[in-house]
Design a protein around this ligand. Structure first.
Ligand SMILES: NC(=O)c1ccc[n+]([C@@H]2O[C@H](COP(=O)([O-])OP(=O)(O)OC[C@H]3O[C@@H](n4cnc5c(N)ncnc54)[C@H](OP(=O)(O)O)[C@@H]3O)[C@@H](O)[C@H]2O)c1
Length: 267
């Protein structure tokens, strides 16, 4: 534990599980006072308890961020509780995994509200506070799926791409106000979103071998580490950046490339 976020107030969405939970815990371990929000009260309380047990400071505010009024209220309550807001890390997200022709209007609403609009409303509510206090850092979580073709995640990938573009433009607009906006694009990370049980080590390893050139699945802490850097003053010259933290997933292709002789020898 060091103090890379000492004195900072940080709001983390999706803090009940996976990447958001790891981020909230890491931020608190680095001295931030954390506002953790998620929908499931039990998971939110668990994150809070973990932070407090380690000697960190945090509050938990439950919210269903699909509702505009609830995400706005979380930002306002968090700001009013601690008196300022220096960091926003938008981690909440869901998948609607199915073939393109089966994607429904309900899937569109789920993905657009959770993975895009909640990020928009959180930023729109936090930025006036950041302007008033002279700056801040916003970290939005997108995905490596923005860079690679991916089956079964059409609205998901499209709205992750939208997060990238929105973040670049907001970074440009808010730079004079000393507000930095960056995007982290994780590769496959073992979380509640992973479609395989964590106990199924063979399937998890097969997934890792398929995607990551480093040969292991990502851990939530891998992403939390980058979120921490971007949230901290160490990143004061980093804005409008889209950073892959993906174990080389974006570079991965076929692991076995046949030689010309092998190709020519085929019938
Ligand atoms: N895991 C990966 O491989 C991967 C790869 C690329 C990008 N990402 C992105 O990383 C971010 C974090 O995902 P994760 O992998 O950590 O997933 P996760 O373990 O499923 O956690 C998702 C979090 O989002 C919260 N959430 C979802 N819907 C919500 C709602 N309506 N209101 C409030 N909170 C809500 C969940 O809260 P509740 O449990 O309280 O409902 C949970 O805390 C997402 O944006 C995801 O798209 C993940």
């Amino acid at each position: 534990m060091t103090d890379r976020l000492n004195g900072k107030i940080a709001l983390v969405t999706g803090a009940g599980n996976g990447i958001g939970r790891a981020t909230a815990i890491r931020f608190a371990a680095e001295g931030a006072k954390v506002i953790a929000t998620t929908r499931n009260a039990e998971r939110g309380e668990s994150t809070l308890a973990t932070i407090k047990k380690a000697g960190g400071q945090a509050i938990f505010i439950p919210a269903n961020i699909r509702n505009k009024s609830e995400i706005i209220s979380v930002v306002k309550q968090g700001h009013d509780h601690y008196g300022s807001l220096d960091v926003l890390c938008n981690c909440a997200g869901v998948l609607a995994s199915k073939p393109f022709l089966e994607q429904t209007d309900e899937d569109f609403e789920l993905i657009s509200q959770t993975n895009f609009l909640s990020y928009v409303y959180a930023m729109q509510t936090v930025i006036p506070y950041m302007i008033e206090q002279g700056g801040g850092s916003i970290v939005n979580i997108a995905s490596v799926s923005v860079y690679k073709p991916e089956l079964n995640s059409y609205y998901y990938g499209a709205f992750k791409a939208a997060i990238n573009k929105l973040s670049i433009d907001v970074a440009y607009e808010q730079a004079p106000n000393k507000i930095r906006v960056n995007v982290v694009c994780p590769g496959p990370v073992l979380t509640g979103m992973t479609p395989i049980s964590a106990d199924n080590t063979a399937a998890i390893q097969a997934l890792a071998d398929n995607f990551s050139i480093i040969g292991r699945m990502g851990r939530p802490e891998d992403i939390a580490n980058m979120n921490l850097f971007l949230a901290s003053d160490e990143a004061e010259w980093v804005t409008g950046a889209t950073i892959l933290v993906d174990g080389g997933t974006n570079l991965s292709g076929p692991k076995f490339v046949p030689t010309a002789a092998e190709v020519l020898s085929r019938d």
